[in-house]
Design a protein around this ligand. Structure first.
Ligand code: SF4
Length: 314
């Protein structure tokens, strides 16, 4: 007699189970790719990052984020209604043990124009910064200058960097906690030399997505600690805080990020941003005006609630 098998019973055939697992993984990976394309496309559109005829220099460090940036921009270029060019650029700073064959091999295989700029900033930084002092600020300044020059030489009017949503949020909190400034990392800005537009097309993308995408695509990641610089402990602290919030308070990080695009200068304290000194009453009711007294969350109970609680005590 044949045994009756429930349709809800788990797949016991190992080959079938593997196939089901592979199908699910392919589905999730496809969803991730679509999400990345959507978010990058949205950021590009919201900030008008790329226009017809642009030549975009994509800065490739060999880290997960810049690989993801290049990959997604290449996909979007295929679909875009406008024409723009991409040149991948890596600055080889001559850090000890930098595997200088990895990026050229990867980019050749990809078949896109690229340029490797060899500049020994590592030695300069080592020579100029006293032992034990942080090297990042001089290193980044040197790198920035070189990349602007290379963009000029390659005829690129846009410089795309791989910073993502979490970089922006970390910078925002670093500036607030340690610098006393309400300042993040812009999605689009004019370069220091005033000649190029710097863009961050991953501005809406979570780091966890670039991590997953890098693993899915098998990008040949180059370690980022070759310079021997100490990890920035303050940034690490902020990163841990944000990751903790993702677990304990889902939605909070999204809300903070969204607040960066919804600024109300009249409700902050920056006298350069809002003309408090010249503020005048005009007798005209403003329906969008101050609602501070209406929606205090819990520290100051609304008048009606106070009355009810007083009545109940009676
Ligand atoms: S971590 Fe190293 S390579 Fe990166 S900015 Fe700092 S010194 Fe430069």
């Amino acid at each position: 007699m044949n045994a009756i098998v429930s349709p809800l019973a788990p797949v016991t055939d190992p080959a079938k189970a593997d196939a089901a697992k592979a199908e699910k993984a392919a589905y999730e990976n496809n969803k991730l790719h679509k999400r990345l394309c959507r978010l990058v496309g949205q950021a590009i559109g919201d900030f008008n990052m790329i226009e017809e005829g642009d030549k975009v220099m994509v800065c490739l460090s060999g880290g997960k984020d810049s690989y993801a940036l290049l990959d997604i921009l290449m996909t979007l270029r295929e679909r875009a209604p406008i024409h723009f060019d991409i040149v991948a650029v890596n600055l080889d700073q001559k850090q000890p043990n930098f595997p200088d064959h990895i990026l050229p091999a990867y980019l050749e295989k990809l078949g896109i124009p690229f340029h490797i700029e060899n500049q020994d900033t590592y030695s300069i930084v080592k020579r100029l910064v006293p032992e034990g002092k942080t090297t990042c600020s001089l290193c980044s300044r040197l790198r920035r200058g070189i990349l602007y020059r290379v963009a000029d030489e390659l005829g690129c009017n846009k410089i795309a960097l791989g910073h993502h949503r979490d970089d922006i949020l970390e910078t925002f909190f670093l500036n607030m906690f340690f610098g006393g400034k309400l300042k993040g990392m812009p999605a689009k800005l004019v370069s220091d030399d005033g000649k190029h537009m710097v863009i961050r097309p991953l501005a809406y993308v979570k780091e966890e997505d670039t991590e997953r995408y890098a693993a899915v695509k098998g990008f040949p990641i180059i370690p980022c600690d070759l310079c021997g610089s100490q990890e920035n402990l303050q940034r690490k602290q902020i990163k841990n805080m944000l990751r903790g919030w993702e677990k304990t308070n889902p939605g909070r990080v999204e809300s903070v990020f969204s607040s960066l695009s919804t600024v109300v200068p009249s409700h902050l304290m920056d006298r350069n941003l809002f003309g408090f000194a010249d503020l005048k009453t005009d007798g005209v009711p403003n329906p969008l005006g101050d609602i501070a007294f209406d929606e205090e969350p819990c520290s100051t109970p609304a008048a009606g609630l106070t009355t009810i609680s007083l009545q109940r005590q009676d």
